[in-house]
Design a protein around this ligand. Structure first.
Ligand SMILES: [Zn+2]
Ligand SMILES: [Zn+2]
Length: 159
């Protein structure tokens, strides 16, 4: 019994880690690559409570996860992978859309060092409005801020 709970917990934790790496790569190479058509809306303004074309990514990911849950009904480990992905999506939504971009009217300003670094790093990501020369593509992990600023300097003046 304990083994079952531990193995499921392990699946969820590993899924969260794999998701962060996969989403960082996806953001860097797809959203800032051939998928820029959808993602550009997110780098060009974007008002609270308004829908962006970029939200289509969330719709696609949600649909894929629902499919995985359906498959997981027959293969239990897969169900827990789907659960881990859902948890990642939830964390992403709270951090990226609510805390960073304030798409919901929430006043909470975190003092937590990790959260502050995450928020500032993502603002630096948005300092670049173009498809190229982006920095800090992760959502649950951000490199040290000085490293990001150094990378911005190296990439040259912003357009
Ligand atoms: Zn981006
Ligand atoms: Zn953003």
């Amino acid at each position: 019994m304990t083994f079952l709970i531990l193995s499921r917990l392990l699946i969820v934790v590993v899924t969260l880690l794999v998701m962060e790496v996969a989403v960082t790569l996806f953001h860097r190479h797809v959203m800032h690559g051939f998928g820029w058509g959808w993602h550009a809306s997110h780098h060009h303004g974007g008002r609270a409570l308004a829908w962006e074309k970029n939200d289509l990514y969330a719709v696609v990911f949600a649909a894929a996860t629902i499919l995985l849950f359906a498959l997981g009904d027959k293969h239990a480990p897969l169900w827990w992978v789907a659960f881990g992905i859902t948890l990642y999506g939830l964390l992403y939504g709270i951090l990226h859309d609510v805390l960073i971009h304030r798409r919901l009217p929430l006043k909470w300003k975190p003092r937590n060092v990790y959260l502050q670094r995450l928020i500032k790093a993502h603002y630096l990501h948005h300092a670049v409005k173009t498809r190229e020369n982006g920095v800090s593509f992760g959502f649950l992990y951000a490199p040290p801020l000085d490293d990001i600023r150094e990378e911005l300097r190296r990439n040259g003046p912003r357009r």
